[in-house]
Write a protein of this length. Structure first.
Length: 202
């Protein structure tokens, strides 16, 4: 009689292998270069075996991007060394996010943004990621300015996220791309602007 625990473990390993190949292809060639047949051939498995885990190409891509969103969120949440020190906390979070976006991981967000323009499922995924980030920024703001009502807190969080989004585009596609020291300088400037904004927002 087979061991159900071993069978689950093997399935998890196969799923991770499939996602690993999909990540590599997405990074190297983008969405249009990815195919289930190519992934299956890379792992020497059948299309049917692959589709047991991911019935379609978009199911596979959505899982990759969803995992990357979770990774980015965890990086941001773990970056703040001390919530009592507003400036240090904001700087640490901004720097962690921009460094992450300046790495290869930033390409996943660019792919997701492009897909979201035309495919509702990816638009929903992008919205989910944005909502999660907005929620965490609002929590950070509430720690610093507990007297703000929910409407003003959300408005400030929206502006803060917009600043970080713009900086993320710069490190992915602009003059600061691939320059670690430039990313650090930009992080410091964005953090300073956010702290100033948070200090004077009423």
């Amino acid at each position: 009689m087979s061991n159900p625990v071993s069978r689950v473990t093997k399935g998890e390993e196969r799923r991770a292998d499939i996602l690993g190949v999909a990540r590599r292809v997405l990074l190297e060639g983008g969405y249009h270069k990815l195919s289930l047949r190519q992934v299956a051939a890379s792992l020497d498995i059948s299309i049917g075996n692959l589709q047991y885990y991911f019935p379609s190409k978009d199911d596979l891509v959505e899982t990759v991007i969803s995992q990357e969103i979770d990774v980015a969120l965890n990086i941001a949440l773990g970056a703040a060394p001390d919530r009592a020190d507003q400036s240090a906390s904001v700087h640490a979070v901004v720097q962690a996010i921009l460094q992450h976006h300046a790495s290869e991981a930033g390409r996943y967000y660019a792919i997701a943004a492009g897909l979201a323009l035309h495919q509702p499922r990816f638009a929903r995924l992008k919205s989910r990621g944005y909502a999660l980030v907005l929620e965490q920024v609002a929590v950070m703001i509430e720690d610093q300015k507990p007297y703000l009502d929910a409407h003003r807190r959300k408005a400030l969080a929206t502006v803060v996220v917009a600043l970080i989004d713009g900086a993320s585009l710069q490190v992915q596609f602009g003059e600061t791309k691939a320059a670690a020291d430039a990313v650090d300088v930009l992080s410091a400037h964005i953090a300073e602007a956010i702290v100033h904004l948070m200090t004077h927002w009423e």
